[in-house]
Design a protein around this ligand. Structure first.
Ligand code: KDG
Length: 323
C-alpha cells in the first residue's frame, strides 16, 4: 500500500546523552539516553498531534541506528524515508544540565550516516499528496550533500504545489564561517513560504533586533508568512497580505531545558496550518508546544498528543489573556 504523508521533513536524528548533574562532562558520571534531531522533533510533534509525517534520513547499521529506527516506527512516523547506510555511523551528542540558560552541547556527527543524505535520496521519495515540506537550517549545515538536498527538496516541493516551512535553526558549530551561514540560511529562507526565525536568529541573519523589521526582511526576500519567536513573550507574525500581530506566550514556572523549544513551536504551528485554522491560533499552538517542551530535559519525549494539548490550552489560555 502506498503511504501518504501530509508533511515531509528530513535531517539528522541522533542519540543524545543528557547529564543528570550540573557540571562539566568530565566530572559527570550519570547520563540518560534520549533521541534528538530538530527535524525528528518536529516529526514527533506533528505526528502526536494527529497528522502523518514522512521523515527522511540515513542511519548507520549500529545500535544507535536501531534505537532511532524503533522509536520512529513506534511513534507512527512513516519510515519509508529511512535509509540504512552500512558505511557510516549514526551521530550522537551530549548535553549538559544547567540551572538557567541554554545547556551546552557537543556533537559527534561529522561524516555521520545522516550527513550522507543527498539529492538522490530526495529524488526517489514520493512527494505526491504531501502538503508541507519542513526544512531546517541544521540540515543545510550538516554537509554539502545535505545542503544540496535542501535546495533540491525545496524545488521539488514547489513543483508539487506544497507549502515550504523553513526554520533557520542557527547552529554555529556546524558551519565553517558566519558569512556562509548567513548567506545560505537567508538564500533558503527566500525560497520558502513560511519562515520561523527566533528573535536572536533574526539579529544575526537580518541584522536587526526588531521583530517587525525581521519579518519585513524575510517578506522582502520572498516569504509569504514570517513568525518571529520571542521566547517567553510569545511570537510576532506578519503575512505578505499585511496582516500581523503579537501572540502572548504561556507562563512557565520552571524552565528545565530550552533545547527543542523551536521544534515544538514548529510542530504546533504546522499542525494548525494543516487544519486551516487562523494564523493567530496556529501561533498559540506553537507557543503552547514550546512552553510544554521546556519543562523537560529531553528534546521531544513530553511532546503532547492532541488531547493533551487541548487540555493544556483549556487550562492555560485564560491565564495568558488575563496577563
Ligand atoms: O532543536 C533541537 C535540536 O537542536 C536537538 O534535538 C539536536 O538536532 C540537534 C542539533 O543539531 O542541535
Amino acid at each position: 500500500m502506498r503511504h501518504l504523508a501530509e508533511v515531509i521533513t528530513f535531517g539528522e536524528a541522533m542519540v543524545v546523552f543528557i547529564s543528570e548533574e550540573t557540571g562539566e562532562f568530565k566530572d559527570v558520571s550519570a547520563f540518560s539516553k534520549g533521541l534528538a534531531g530538530a527535524e525528528l522533533n518536529v516529526a514527533v510533534g506533528i505526528t502526536r498531534l494527529g497528522h502523518s509525517v514522512k521523515y527522511i534520513t540515513r542511519l548507520g547499521t549500529d545500535p544507535y541506528g536501531d534505537y532511532i529506527f524503533d522509536f520512529i516506527e513506534k511513534e507512527g512516523i512513516d519510515t519509508g524515508g529511512v535509509i540504512f547506510d552500512r558505511e557510516h555511523l549514526t551521530g550522537s551528542y551530549i548535553k549538559s544540565k544547567v540551572c538557567r540558560g541554554d545547556p551546552q552541547v557537543f556533537y559527534y556527527r561529522k561524516n555521520s550516516a545522516a550527513s550522507c543524505v543527498s539529492i538522490k535520496d530526495i529524488e526517489r521519495m514520493d512527494f505526491e499528496d504531501a502538503e508541507i515540506l519542513h526544512v531546517s537550517g541544521i540540515t543545510a549545515a550538516v554537509s554539502r550533500s545535505c545542503q544540496d538536498a535542501c535546495y533540491y527538496a525545496v524545488d521539488k516541493a514547489r513543483t508539487y504545489g506544497m507549502k515550504v516551512v523553513f526554520d533557520p535553526n542557527i547552529r554555529r558549530k556546524l558551519w565553517d564561517s558566519e558569512e556562509e551561514m548567513v548567506r545560505v540560511l537567508n538564500d533558503l529562507a527566500g525560497k520558502c513560504d513560511i519562515v520561523l526565525p527566533g528573535i536572536a536568529e533574526g539579529r544575526v541573519l537580518a541584522g536587526t533586533q526588531n521583530e517587525k523589521e525581521i519579518a519585513r526582511f524575510y517578506l522582502a526576500l520572498g516569504a509569504k508568512t514570517v513568525v518571529v519567536k520571542l521566547g517567553a513573550s510569545g511570537a510576532y507574525y506578519q503575512e505578505h497580505t499585511g496582516k500581523s500581530g503579537y501572540v502572548k506566550g504561556f507562563k512557565v514556572d520552571h524552565v528545565v531545558d530550552t533545547v527543542g523549544a523551536g521544534d515544538a513551536f514548529a510542530s504546533g504551528f504546522i499542525s494548525g496550518i494543516l487544519e486551516g485554522i487562523p494564523i493567530e491560533d496556529a501561533v498559540v499552538r506553537g507557543n503552547a508546544m514550546g512552553a510544554i517542551i521546556i519543562t523537560s530535559k529531553t528534546d521531544n519525549e513530553i511532546l503532547p498528543t492532541k488531547e493533551e494539548l487541548d487540555k493544556y490550552l483549556d487550562e492555560h489560555l485564560m491565564l495568558v489573556h488575563r496577563k
